[in-house]
Design a protein around this ligand. Structure first.
Ligand code: TXA
Ligand code: MG
Length: 355
């Protein structure tokens, strides 16, 4: 058991204040010395360690219970850190994306340099790089003086944490410190795009949307796994794709239907432990206990609330959850992707023959 230090940053926008600076220096020292620190980012909390220190990175896998072949994202705080981490030149389209969306919720995959330890890249010859926009994350990378490897700060198999309280639930006693910088604004993990393929390939949708990527790179392809379960033969380009993502203890079923049909279907399936995970506007029509994950027309709010709502359904020991299907464009695609994976790809369309 480790003694987990709890560090609260009260003013993430005023980090130069001496009091806040002392706390950041403490966390940065832990990181430089090979420690594990849960840190806030604009997407979700990350479990950080020195990306170039194999022993420190190995501890991340242990603390999370994460399979060894699932590579970590390396976080930078300055574009000048990039050339030593990747092999070869930065591809021109990647430079364009960086210019437009970094710092921010976008991760890009490149061939890796020899500086990146095998354990960080999960044995692959590529490395995922992200330049986060969260001021606390940036300052911790700067003060520690090293790029930080950071997967989401949850136990493997749990929803990604969007508050320091979630990190505490999962990681107390397993990490050296948890830095509380308040709730994460985005709420779902970063967009992941690979430049290791001939044509840039979207591996994970996020708050930098497919539409936004295509404004810069019209040729971007979308990996099948974003929408569908990978079949046995399909190659997992991203090792994360082949692992079961967060699945609640309850049987989660995605219901793709307009409000009236959704409500009618669920009211007809009410019973002990049956919940609806719905939009705010659905609530008056539902006769089962429900948890809203935001307004129907606002995928950004849905993204922000989703993982908190999934954790709460587990706490309430829901047995079966019917989730109202979000839109599949814009940030909605990221929300859809996380829910459909949590549902083990169970989707029904009542009124279209599934009754
Ligand atoms: O927003 C985020 O990206 C958060 C915050 C903390 O930055 N991090 C995060 O990390 O979500 P993680 O480890 O939970 O998800 C990273 C995903 C995994 O599915 C992993 O398999 C994939 O990115 N990945 C990482 N490196 C890769 C690589 N070299 N090739 C293919 N996929 C990679
Ligand atoms: Mg994760």
């Amino acid at each position: 058991m480790k003694r987990t230090e709890f560090i609260t940053i009260k003013a993430p926008e005023r980090l130069s204040q001496p009091e806040e600076r002392q706390k950041l220096l403490l966390a940065a020292r832990l990181l430089r010395d090979g420690g594990l620190v849960a840190i806030p980012t604009e997407t979700v909390y990350g479990l950080a360690a020195d990306a170039l220190n194999p022993a420190a990175v190995a501890e991340i896998f242990k603390a999370k219970g994460r399979p060894q072949d699932n590579p970590l994202i390396v976080h930078i705080s300055d574009l000048r850190m990039l050339p030593t981490l990747i092999r070869g030149e930065l591809p021109a389209p990647a430079a364009q994306l960086a210019g437009r969306y970094w710092p921010g919720p976008l991760t890009m995959i490149f061939p890796k340099s020899d500086l990146i330890p095998e354990v960080t890249s999960g044995g692959l010859d590529t490395v995922a790089i992200r330049f986060p926009s969260h001021p606390v994350a940036q300052e911790l990378i700067r003060l520690s003086g090293v790029p930080l490897a950071a997967p989401s700060a949850n136990l493997s198999g749990k929803p990604s944490p969007t508050t320091a309280a979630h990190c505490m639930q999962d990681l107390m006693g397993r990490v050296d410190a948890i830095v509380d910088g308040g709730p994460c604004g985005v709420g779902v993990e970063s967009t992941v795009i690979s430049f290791a393929e001939k044509v840039p390939l979207l591996l994970r949708p996020g708050a930098v949307t497919l539409e936004q990527l295509r404004e810069v790179l019209p040729q971007v392809r979308v990996h099948d796994a974003v929408y569908h379960r990978l079949s046995g033969e399909e190659k997992a380009v991203s090792p994360g794709m082949k692992y079961k993502h967060y699945a609640p203890a309850a049987d989660l079923i995605l219901v793709d239907a307009p409000r009236a049909v959704f409500a009618q279907y669920i009211n007809g399936h009410a019973g002990p432990g049956v919940y609806a995970m719905c939009f705010e506007e659905d609530i008056p029509y539902l006769r089962v206990p429900c948890l809203s994950y935001g307004p129907a027309g606002d995928p950004s709010v849905q993204a922000e609330l989703l993982f908190e709502v999934l954790r709460r359904l587990d706490e309430r020991e829901a047995v079966r959850v019917y989730a109202h299907c979000p839109q599949k464009d814009g940030v909605g695609l990221a929300v859809y992707n996380r829910i459909v994976r949590s549902a083990g790809y169970q989707i029904i369309t009542p009124g279209a023959g599934e009754e």
